[in-house]
Design a protein around this ligand. Structure first.
Ligand code: SAM
Length: 347
């Protein structure tokens, strides 16, 4: 039976869609996202240990489930970061050195429903700041809903959405010369290994101008009795969210997963600050994908790694940005010290 793998063993390409040559400039994402989805699934289920990239959680059902997860009492992450946005917006604006006299772009990677960002957009809109908001998300559904909601709630804000994998969208940051503030919230970065995060931030930096800023929201290392319930709520929403990945493979790739023969299993190791969600096969079974000549065998108890949710502290962040030209300029935390938003400035 496969054992729990160390994060270092996880094949990095599967999360980042980077080419196998490892070059920073060689991110690959073909136009046909369905073909890429199939390729990633076949590669991930053919690997040992098995792995599926978490970015595929977010179809319409996955988006809806995640919005409900953010409301759960156990899911402290959203509330903690929301508190920072709602109670410290003045400090946040000051730390980002945003001025009402200069037009800037607020670019957000993976905004989802934009709950927290909207708090800031409100303040900026009322304060007559001049800016465009550019959300970039892999989920067209999330972007369409966000655009629709913003048109109703904040009609004065200019929204220019972009759909795609943020790994491939970084070069588009060079399209304009306006000052930029890049938001990467909700500990989205925690889905990457530290090495991928370091390469990603390095690549971000190489596509930004010297005065541009990165605003990075991360979940902080804390005890298992707080972390684990956030990924294993009694209402079963995180379980449904995890299993929806298999349902999506069934509906979009013609898979024949029996969803009832997989269970949801989150694990957390406080020593390294890494939470991992798995789907565990509850029986010996074989799965096929339509149009694929491959079959994927599962033994009882075999795990599929579906999500890493890394937790951080200053030391880990400093290690990650150590080889980039960013440094920590400011740090905002919620009152309980559960979550931090770092302002990273170019050196
Ligand atoms: C966990 S949700 C967090 C949403 C938001 N950042 C927050 O803090 O509430 C992750 C969001 O990132 C998007 N996403 C995940 N991986 C992505 C990728 N590789 N490229 C673009 N968007 C991605 C998902 O579609 C989803 O909207």
């Amino acid at each position: 039976m496969p054992q729990q793998q160390d994060i270092a063993e996880i094949p990095t390409e599967i999360f980042s869609n980077r080419s196998h040559n490892g070059s920073l400039a060689a991110y690959v994402w073909p136009d046909n996202m369905l073909a890429q989805f199939k390729k990633d699934v076949e590669q991930g289920l053919g690997a040992f240990p098995k792995i599926l990239p978490s970015k595929y959680f977010y179809d319409k059902k996955g988006d809806e489930l995640f919005v409900r997860i953010m409301d759960l009492p156990e899911y402290y992450l959203t509330r903690a970061e929301f508190e920072i946005f709602s109670e410290q917006s003045g400090e946040l604006i000051q730390a980002l050195e945003i001025s009402p006299n200069q037009h800037f772009e607020l670019i957000e990677l993976g905004p989802g429903d934009g709950t927290k960002t909207k708090e800031l957009l409100k303040v900026l809109d009322q304060g007559a700041y001049q800016f465009d908001y550019l959300p970039i998300d892999i989920s067209q559904n999330a972007l369409d809903q966000l655009e629709h909601n913003l048109a109703e709630e904040l009609p004065g804000v200019c929204v220019r959405k972009k759909q795609g994998d943020y790994f491939t969208m970084l070069a588009s940051l060079r399209e304009s010369h306006h000052p930029k503030v890049l938001f990467f919230l909700g500990s989205n970065i925690g889905n990457m290994t530290d090495q991928q995060a370091a390469e990603f931030i390095y690549k971000l930096g190489s596509n930004l101008q010297p005065d541009d800023k990165l605003f990075l929201g991360v979940d902080l290392i804390k005890s298992a009795n707080i972390v684990l319930p956030a990924y294993n709520d009694p209402a079963g929403l995180t379980k449904a969210f995890n299993l929806n990945l298999l349902a999506r493979i069934n509906s979009e790739l013609g898979g024949n997963f029996d969803i009832n023969k997989f269970s949801h299993q989150p694990e957390y190791t406080i020593e390294n600050g890494i939470a991992i969600s798995y789907l565990v096969s509850t029986a010996d079974q074989t799965v096929t994908l339509n149009g694929s000549n491959k079959t994927f065998k599962f033994s009882q108890g075999e795990k599929i790694l579906t999500e890493i949710s890394r937790k951080y502290n200053d030391e880990i962040i400093n290690n990650i940005i150590g080889n980039t030209d960013f440094q920590i300029a400011h740090k905002l935390t919620d009152r309980k010290g559960y979550f931090a938003d770092y302002v990273l400035k170019r050196i």
